[in-house]
Write a protein that binds this ligand. Structure first.
Ligand code: DGI
Ligand code: FE
Ligand code: FE
Length: 191
């Protein structure tokens, strides 16, 4: 069994069928984008496949592990349980899936909020999570087309769609999401 098959076997026992299908979609999109934008396709495959590996922990498990790992130093993280599976996923990828590559772990850790100073691989995983074929929301086709031609432009669109969604639903916005968006826009302006 190769490395990818091992990861897949383990994921199968831990994720629902729908989430596994989503993960395979993210992997395929991430590999395609890695080839297009010059990132490492193996790393894109691994990070895409296991990015949601912590998503089906129970609330109690996630809270307990999060406390142990100290991920709640950030009050915005503490306030929003939907964000926890990203940093917890990076930890579980190392503990249970044998992933040691810091670039892969970094991409898993920031796949939900983004962050300032994202690497190409981190942008790719963030975007692939948004545009994989099972995603269906207003504007997804436009975002898919953009993700084929301009990584930063697509990143801004995805971050802004998230910010808009959170505003419309009265939810907190993690500062990293705003910082990532501002930084990417500022970078375009000086170009
Ligand atoms: O795990 P997935 O469902 O595949 O996708 P994801 O990891 O991007 O998680 C999406 C959820 O995270 C969605 O409910 C919106 C929420 N989210 C993303 N960015 C932020 C956020 N929630 C808050 N409060 N703040 C953010 O910046
Ligand atoms: Fe996720
Ligand atoms: Fe996901």
């Amino acid at each position: 069994m190769d490395q990818r098959e091992l990861l897949l076997e383990r994921l199968k026992s831990r994720l629902s069928k729908a989430r596994l299908a989503h993960s395979l979609g993210v992997e395929a999109c991430a590999v395609e984008m890695a080839d297009r934008f010059g990132a490492d396709r193996e790393k894109a495959s691994t990070a895409g496949l296991i990015h949601d590996c912590a998503k089906e922990l129970t609330h109690r498990q996630a809270e307990e592990l999060g406390n142990r790992l100290g991920i709640f130093g950030d009050e915005w993280m503490k306030a929003e349980p939907k964000l926890w599976h990203a940093p917890l996923g990076a930890y579980i990828a190392g503990r249970d899936y044998g992933v040691t590559d810091p670039e892969v772990l970094g991409a898993i850790a920031c796949h939900t909020t983004g962050k300032p100073g994202m690497s190409a691989l981190e942008k790719i995983i963030y975007l692939a999570d948004f545009v994989e074929p099972r995603r269906d929301f207003y504007g997804v086709e436009e975002l898919r087309a953009c993700a084929r031609r301009d990584l930063d432009e697509a990143l801004i669109m995805a971050l802004e769609a998230t910010i808009r969604y959170l505003l419309n639903h009265g939810r907190t916005i993690h500062p990293h999401t705003i910082l990532a968006r501002n930084e990417t826009i500022a970078k375009k302006m000086v170009k």
